[in-house]
Design a protein around this ligand. Structure first.
Ligand SMILES: Nc1ncnc2c1ncn2[C@@H]1O[C@H](COP(=O)(O)OP(=O)(O)O)[C@@H](O)[C@H]1O
Ligand SMILES: [Mg+2]
Length: 418
């Protein structure tokens, strides 16, 4: 990196990308940010910015070309745009995912086929177009439940669990309507604990500093939608053989997708009979709390920094990924009922506690909260730290009791109904 090319270009300036901009600044780098929304907070947080929609590549190229040669690389977090990073990286010779990685990582069917071609375990799957296709696969697989998804969405959008033949046709129509292309994938539903991972890859090395158990308690109330309710760090299997197996699997999965530089975020299910299997992998850093909050709180490690080093062509400091502490951390979401939000009660006896690191409500008085069917509609999050799962669980329970929403004249909690 020369003196002149010390600026990191960050795609997106929403709250999801602020942590990356802040981290880059702490590293002594200059930052630039593009976001189509002129009010995006990242535009003000970066040294240089423009209200440009970063998916408009000709406009992005024109803007970059107008600057002096100040850039050393491009990156983002939380935004699932490896294909845009690929196009920008390829044009300017910066380290970024390849176009093929971008394609595989944003098409659930191509991704599963790629994993199979590399001998990696995945739930049984098939492309489907109709209820008849679903019935044929389901009876062939002989599993209890199947899950249908648009191939090109994220955040559980359009993902439906099917346990009953009667629900198939509606599920196909719903998933197709939620997708961008209308193409669908059917999978056997694999019961078992699920783990979220985040792997950082660069200079021929892979490390997986992000590792958490996912929580599904209470999620039956969302049926047929399927959404996790946050997670636990450290995961129960850490320090055991299963951790090694999962890490081995996600690092191979990242290699299969061709992620040579950057981050890969894995969803793994641990089948009681067949062991860990890949549900999916995104070629990007997580948004929300995972990489910016939960992992740093639990282990003291900020691997967004490492991803920035890789994007900027620097030598990654792998030593910085060694855990420095081991604290229990949980995040849980608020899922109140639908209706017009009139007021939120955030009692100080809960939010002011030292262990309560974060409580954020995503709606304001006057907003209409929809029936929450995907993560994009969630009503908020709490993040809690402590010395043991028992202690943290007590505070989670307290948060669900104390944080209340007044909706259409009635006070309710955000706890998913059991
Ligand atoms: N084959 C499967 N077996 C068990 N659970 C699954 C399966 N596929 C998806 N899920 C559940 O549904 C969630 C959403 O599906 P996923 O493929 O990760 O889509 P998204 O891109 O919306 O996150 C997963 O996090 C997981 O909990
Ligand atoms: Mg997922």
């Amino acid at each position: 990196m020369t003196e002149k090319s010390h600026t990191l270009l960050v795609l997106g300036g929403s709250t999801d990308q602020l942590f990356m901009i802040r981290t880059a600044r702490e590293m002594g780098l200059h930052t630039a940010c593009l976001d189509g929304n002129p009010a995006a907070p990242g535009l003000a947080a970066a040294h240089l910015s423009a209200p440009i929609d970063f998916s408009d590549l000709p406009a992005v190229f024109q803007w970059i070309d107008r600057q002096e040669k100040i850039f050393g690389g491009v990156s983002t977090m939380g935004s699932d745009v490896p294909h845009l990073l690929a196009a920008i990286g390829a044009r300017y010779g910066w380290r970024a995912p390849t176009a093929e990685t971008g394609r595989l990582a944003t098409d659930k069917l191509a991704m599963k086929e790629c994993f199979v071609a590399h001998g990696l375990p995945v739930p049984r799957f098939s492309a489907v177009e109709s209820g008849a296709d679903v019935r044929r696969c389901w009876s062939e697989w002989g599993c209890q439940r199947v899950i249908i998804k648009p191939i090109d969405r994220a955040g559980s959008r359009g993902v439906l669990l099917v346990n009953d033949d009667q629900d198939i046709d509606q599920a196909v129509a719903h998933a197709a309507g939620q997708g961008l292309s209308g193409r669908l994938i059917l999978e056997e539903f694999v019961p078992g604990p699920q783990i979220s991972t985040e792997t950082v890859i660069g200079n021929g090395q892979a490390h997986t500093p992000g590792f958490a158990d996912r929580v599904y308690e209470g999620m039956e109330s969302f049926h047929p939608q399927i959404m996790e309710n946050g997670g636990w760090l450290p995961a129960l299997c850490q320090g055991q053989e299963l951790e090694e197996q999962v890490v081995g699997l996600v690092e191979k999965a990242a290699a299969a997708l061709g992620v040579n530089n950057g981050a890969a975020k894995g969803d793994v299910v641990v089948c009681p009979q067949r062991g860990p299997m890949m549900i999916e992998m995104a070629a990007r850093l997580s948004g929300g709390d995972f990489s910016e909050g939960l992992v740093p709180l639990s282990t003291g490690v900020n691997y967004v920094r490492t991803v920035i080093e890789i994007a900027m062509g620097m030598d990654p400091d792998w030593k910085a990924l060694e855990p420095r502490q081991n604290q229990v951390v949980a995040n849980r979401y608020f899922f109140p009922c639908a209706g017009t939000l009139e007021e939120v009660d955030l009692p100080r006896e809960f939010v002011d506690r030292e262990e309560v690191v974060k409580v954020v409500i995503s709606y304001q008085a006057g907003d209409v909260i929809p029936v929450i069917r995907s993560h994009g509609d969630r009503a908020g999050v709490m993040v809690i730290v402590g010395d043991s799962r028992g202690q943290v669980q007590d505070l989670v329970d307290l948060g669900y009791e104390k944080v209340r929403f007044k909706i259409d004249g009635r006070w309710v909690t955000g706890k998913p109904q059991q």
